[in-house]
Write a protein that binds this ligand. Structure first.
Ligand code: DGP
Length: 131
């Protein structure tokens, strides 16, 4: 998918839109989600123009990939998320409900986060276990 320079996270990176910044380095920016789903809900984004984990893992340099991974950990440490733990999640595409077409990792923390996927997201009786 072609990268849209006018997506909201591109605007935040350019300084055209404000954000509540938590962490920044040469490769990544982390800021609080505008619509938090947990007491701590922070987004970590690469500074390069990548739509999703698909493009990023295929096209980003090794330095960019390592930099983003380091930034996720650094952001969690910056937030003091040690004791209770946290969840890191990246949505890609329609089935995962990706809304903003600039790769972002969500960090959730500050309450018990429940099962990895909502039961309600699965059709009744679904069992994906392979025998
Ligand atoms: P996703 O569904 O994974 O694409 O999540 C996109 C997230 O981005 C969603 O939790 C809300 C957040 N978001 C959307 N627009 C803005 C914005 O302008 N500022 C901030 N801080 N977060 C935003």
């Amino acid at each position: 998918m072609e990268y849209d320079q006018n997506n909201v996270f591109a605007k935040i990176l350019r300084g055209d839109l404000p954000c509540d910044k938590v962490y920044e380095d040469d490769f990544a920016l982390a800021f609080r989600d505008i619509n938090p789903q947990a007491p701590v809900h922070v987004l970590v984004i690469p500074k390069g123009p990548y739509v999703s984990i698909d493009e990023f893992s295929a096209d980003a340099t090794a330095d960019e990939q390592a930099g983003l991974m380091r930034a996720i950990g650094a952001t969690a440490r910056e937030l003091g998320l040690t004791g209770g733990g946290y969840r890191v999640l990246a949505n890609k595409g329609r089935d995962a409900h990706q809304e903003v077409m600039h790769l972002h990792f969500h960090i959730f923390a500050g309450r018990p986060l429940g099962p990895m996927l909502e039961d309600g997201a699965l059709p009744p009786g679904t069992n994906y276990r392979r025998s």
